[in-house]
Write a protein that binds this ligand. Sequence first.
Ligand code: AR6
Length: 171
Amino acid sequence: MVEIVKGDIVIQEIEAIVNAANNSLLGGAGVDGAIHSVAGKELLAECKTIGFCKTGQAVLTKAYKLKSDFVIHTVGPIWYGGGNNEEHLLSLCYRNVFNIIREKNIKSVAFPAISTGVYKFPVDLATDIALRETREFLKSNINNVKIVFVCYDENTYNVYLNKFNQLFRKG
Ligand code: AR6
């Protein structure tokens, strides 16, 4: 089941929140900043024990003061114009998050629009990748995982809605 909502990811009632982190896992601006500021210092402490995450990879932590049980931190690619393997790396982010969801038997997850803020990945293309990887995951989704895309701004929300209708309703 897929839902597209407009709003703030940190207030979602959901088992796992995905964070658009950076390689250092030490927090930053955007959704990363929002997640760390609500989760509190213990999240930063756990991230420090992990130390590093490669672009396209994903790691799991607890969610501390957030309403969720887990945060899945993934590092999206910085957009350099498209010739730097950006599309593949963004696909990997989604695949690796879904791998953790499968492994940990997580039943609900909320995603932000990874890489489309500070990292400047074009929203249209990023949304195609997010929804395509989601559709692949759902083909083998025996546990009926709930997937929520939380769009922070109106434009991202409209892009997700349009593309969702194209990709999921027409097969
Ligand atoms: N809830 C949901 N979406 C949000 C929120 C929120 N609270 N805040 C921002 N967004 P970004 P990136 C949207 O910049 O492009 C950080 O400094 C935002 O409008 O958060 O992957 C990290 O430490 C956009 O649509 O992540 C990295 O250094 C989307 O989330 C770097 O930014 C992603 O924007 C990662 O950049």
